[in-house]
Design a protein around this ligand. Structure first.
Ligand code: ATP
Ligand code: MG
Length: 188
């Protein structure tokens, strides 16, 4: 089995996240992509992200679009969410013949040297690094990295939050996610 971990704040999950997950799954014949919202992203100021449960439920709604996508609660909880812990937990559930990948955008991968236990993270899995307009990244020595060029999508959760807050139309969200946002009065 081939599995990829795709972590993020997903505040909210958007069409580029889904596109990235779909293209990685198609091109590498992945059986499963675990979409793992981070409860407490170490790189974002605490208290500024939308409630974990709302972000998780939006991920869950979005995952219905593809049978290979699976929402994961592996980074639920009180403490900081570290990728090394997530990787170790997923590995513990896989069998030795399974292949595990870590799917990540170029902007996030460029920062990986600053992550908690970064050397171990880099040694633990093969990375699928997705190009993102405007971001270049060095490949750390010894890291296993596959670049994935996708159609450049200039979409970010930050820009979507800004549009929602100012009442501009938003076209970059899956319909069920936009409905969830409206029904729960998020991002206003
Ligand atoms: P924010 O603007 O709040 O940082 P974001 O759109 O970057 O939100 P994240 O939840 O931070 O979304 O990102 C989760 C993962 O998805 C990261 O690995 C990020 O690099 C990747 N990603 C997000 N948007 C894109 C995009 N448009 N193209 C390629 N990768 C992306
Ligand atoms: Mg981001």
């Amino acid at each position: 089995m081939k599995v990829a971990i795709f972590g993020g704040t997903f505040d909210p999950i958007h069409n580029a996240h889904l596109r990235v997950a779909r293209e990685a799954a198609d091109r590498l014949s992945l059986d499963r992509v675990l979409l793992v919202p981070s409860a407490n992203p170490p790189h974002k100021p605490s208290g500024t992200t939308t409630a974990y449960e709302d972000r998780f439920r939006m991920v869950e709604l979005a995952c219905a679009a593809d049978a290979r996508f699976e929402p994961s609660r592996l980074e639920e909880g009180q403490g900081k969410s570290y990728s090394i812990d997530t990787i170790e937990r997923v590995k513990a559930r896989l069998s030795p013949s399974d292949q595990l990948y870590f799917l990540i955008g170029a902007d996030a991968f460029a920062e990986i040297g600053s992550w908690h236990r970064s050397a171990e993270v880099l040694g633990a899995v093969e990375f699928i690094v997705v190009s993102r307009p405007g971001y270049a990244y060095p490949i750390p020595p010894g890291a296993r990295v596959r670049g994935l060029e996708t159609l450049a999508l200039v979409i970010s959760s930050s820009e979507i939050r800004r549009k929602l807050d100012s009442g501009e139309p938003v076209e970059e969200l899956p319909d069920p996610v936009l409905r969830y946002i409206r029904d729960h009065g998020l991002y206003q």
